[in-house]
Design a protein around this ligand. Structure first.
Ligand code: ADE
Length: 417
């Protein structure tokens, strides 16, 4: 076993957290029970690049229980939870991850996970897929398939496929309804605010919260902020989403207008330079800047650094920048995803569905990928519905089913007025 982590003495603490997560991830644990008996992934080598959290640990250990050999790295320099990394290393997982690593170390960790010559990859943000398609093409030959967890990563692999550059099949886990309509909405909605509150202890009630982007993540953040008593302002570039935000009851305006009003800014666009110098110059004294998108490109940290005459860390994950005119702006988690940099990421209950989809996609690839051409694949409606049904069952909820008469009605066209 090979590993590079921060501190192996944290393993016991990490293990306790993993056990708690297991208790809140009944769907994934049910899959573990079934596939550990069947040893569905016997002989498979899987490299993963995904935030090292207690929920991820439950996924990794489920892959292992089903027979796979797994190697792992984190997918963001500030998201690794060192106690979880220690617990996974203690279980014999090849893991290369610690919080606060440099960009160079980040890619070094990914490279170490490739040494086992994986047949499958599991990504969140597509940095592992990117690495094997650029610097380490020698591993492409052995690769049968992969999965991608997040919106930004799916954009990246679709762009690769459109350019004719994607060399093996990837399942877009993000696009399953039981992933993006839950994890992105309720997960990001809660965990982004959790990160902001842990880093500042700000009272959201009565504040102007500016949400950049009204996709799944932005709509979740807006809804939770409103629930906490904030006045929510949404900025968008898509006229349909902007209209939706307005009709959901939020103010909608340009970032240049919102910049003057905002107390707390949260970007979730998946795009770069959403908050730049031109906006920072207009902001109120005390404004808090944060990002919930995958990469640290949404708030221009470079611009903030260039405008500031000094900076100091005022509490963990909270950097105070003093502008030339004396205004203070606060940047959380270095502009990296605030829910993981300053909190623990999404709660286990919602990751349960995301990672059930990950696991089922890996099983599908292990069985079928040899017949799949390079490209981006969707999760089937059947898988989505199975995950939702298992989740409902675990929550003790039963729902109606269609009668034969109703099925006939829904598939027919003869009955009208
Ligand atoms: N992405 C967001 N929250 C997460 C979590 N708790 N674990 C892994 N990936 C995540």
């Amino acid at each position: 076993m090979m590993a590079k982590i921060l501190d192996s003495s944290l393993a016991k603490q990490g293990r306790l957290k993993i056990e708690l997560a297991q208790a809140s991830m009944p769907v994934l644990m049910k899959l573990r029970e079934i596939h550990s008996k069947a040893r569905t992934l016997d002989g498979m080598r899987i490299a993963g690049c995904l935030h090292v959290t207690k929920e991820t640990a439950v996924l990794v250990e489920t892959l292992k229980a089903a027979g796979a050999t797994v190697s792992w790295s984190g997918c963001n320099p500030l998201s690794t939870q060192d106690d979880i990394a220690a617990a996974l290393a203690d279980e014999g997982i090849d893991i290369y991850a610690w919080r606060g690593l440099s960009s160079e170390d980040y890619y070094w960790c990914i490279e170490q996970t490739l040494k086992m010559k994986p047949q499958l990859t599991l990504d969140d943000g597509a940095d592992l897929i990117f690495t094997v398609h650029t610097k380490h093409r020698e591993y492409l030959e052995g690769l049968q398939g992969g999965t991608e967890e997040t919106t930004t990563g799916v954009h990246r692999i679709r762009a690769m496929a459109n350019d004719g550059k994607l060399m093996y099949p990837i399942i877009a886990v993000n696009d399953a309804a039981t992933k993006s309509s839950f994890d992105n909405v309720y997960g990001t909605g809660q965990s982004a605010l959790d990160g902001i509150i842990r880093a500042t202890n700000v009272l959201l009630s009565g504040k102007n919260v500016v949400v950049g982007g009204y996709g799944h993540c932005g709509s979740g953040i807006a809804s939770r902020s409103k629930g906490m008593g904030a006045n929510v302002i949404v900025t968008e570039v898509d006229p349909i989403k902007a209209l939706q935000a307005r009709m959901d009851g939020y103010s909608v305006m340009s970032m240049a207008e919102a910049a003057k009003l905002g107390d707390v800014f949260i970007t979730a666009t998946g795009c770069k330079n959403v908050i730049t110098k031109e906006h920072m110059r207009l902001m109120k004294n005390g404004a808090i800047l944060s990002n919930a998108g995958h990469f640290n490109v949404e708030v221009s940290v470079e611009d903030l650094e260039s405008l500031a005459k000094s900076r100091k860390e005022v509490r963990p994950n909270n950097m105070e920048y003093i502008m030339a005119d004396g205004r203070r702006l606060y940047l959380l988690g270095e502009g990296r995803l605030v829910n993981l940099a300053a909190a623990e990421g999404h709660p286990s209950e919602v990751m349960d569905m995301s990672f059930a989809n990950q696991f089922m996609s890996i099983v599908r690839l292990a069985k079928e990928s040899k017949g799949m051409k390079p490209g981006v694949y969707e999760i089937s409606k059947e898988q989505d519905q199975e995950v939702a049904s298992l989740k409902l069952e675990s929550m003790g909820i039963s729902i109606d089913s269609l009668t034969e008469e109703q099925k006939k009605y829904l598939t027919g066209w003869e009955e009208g007025t």
